[in-house]
Write a protein that binds this ligand. Structure first.
Ligand code: ZN
Length: 296
């Protein structure tokens, strides 16, 4: 049985055809233009394969309250023509199959939980650190939505003493995680792209400090069984041991679990097992879930 997956991004739309195990058989991508043009391209591609359902992992913010009249709409977006666009409804109507939508990071969290690093566990937090910082939470095997959806990337940080830019770059908050530790924040602070920085650049010590604070906040509030850190900035593999060590220090032995002990923490804060395929696998899983849940 074929399932469609859409990874909806602000710059491109990636359409895939696959199965409920997250395997991809066909893929096509289109630049994100006006909603009308873009949806027509998506429907034209996915419509050829006779899919039984569609899962969408989308840029946000999204309205994910099932009872809301604007459920599945993109809320405010820097791309103004997409603000308020009913992405879920338009695709559901055009393709005439059950559809499900969630944020791109929630889709990746779901995939890592079911098929990746969190396989066999009931709880997981997935955080992507790149141009922005976002996170998805799985508890009891289910994605947490709550009031809207979690916005882990904007948690407030304790500024590091040696940070020359302690207020960060987020236009909404002073000293939030994304404003201090996203790719653009690193670039602004040091005047150099993070891709060009050697592992001994002082930027990484500061980055590890903020990401360790984030992990500690997650551990103390959500208590997940595993934390997965992905995204472009986390391609710097040397960050992992630094973050783990600092997390152990910051926790001060307070949390009573072997998982966060110095001996075991290398299996607790980990890179994505699915690598860059987490997003598409998650969208396929959302599609498979829609088959049983979307009253079509
Ligand atoms: Zn912020």
């Amino acid at each position: 049985m074929l399932i469609g997956a859409l990874e909806a991004g602000g710059s491109k739309m990636v359409c895939s055809i696959g199965d409920s195990q997250g395997n991809v058989l066909q893929r096509a991508s289109f630049p994100t233009q006006s909603p009308g043009e873009t949806v027509a391209q998506i429907v034209d591609f996915i419509g050829r394969f006779g899919v039984k359902a569609l899962g969408i992992g989308s840029f946000g913010p999204l309205d994910l309250r099932p009872s809301s009249p604007t459920y599945g709409c993109i809320m405010r977006s820097p791309k103004s023509e997409w603000s308020g666009f009913p992405l879920l409804r338009e695709l559901r109507t055009a393709l005439n199959v059950p559809c499900a939508i969630d944020t791109d990071v929630n889709a990746a969290a779901l995939a890592e939980s079911v098929l990746g690093a969190g396989k066999g566990l009931n709880s997981l937090v997935y955080v992507t650190v790149g141009t922005g910082i976002g996170g998805g939470i799985i508890l009891g095997g289910k994605l947490v939505h709550g009031m809207v959806h979690p916005e882990l990337g904007h948690m407030l940080m304790r500024p590091a003493r040696n940070d020359s830019m302690p207020d960060g770059v987020c236009p909404f908050h002073r000293g939030c995680l994304e404003g201090l530790a996203s790719g653009p924040a690193i670039e602004k602070r040091w005047g150099l792209s993070s891709r060009l920085m050697m592992p001994d650049h002082p930027a990484w010590e500061l980055e590890a400090e903020y990401l360790a604070q984030m992990c500690v906040n997650i551990i103390l509030t959500v208590s997940p069984e595993i934390i997965v850190l992905g995204g472009g900035v986390m391609q710097q593999a040397h960050l992992f041991p630094r973050i783990r060590q600092r997390v152990v220090n910051l926790l001060g032995g307070y949390v009573a679990s072997e998982r966060v002990s110095p001996e075991r923490i290398s299996g607790y804060i980990v890179p994505p097992a699915l690598g860059v395929n987490a997003g598409v696998a998650g969208a396929l899983l959302l599609g498979a879930q829609a088959l049983g849940q979307d009253d079509f």
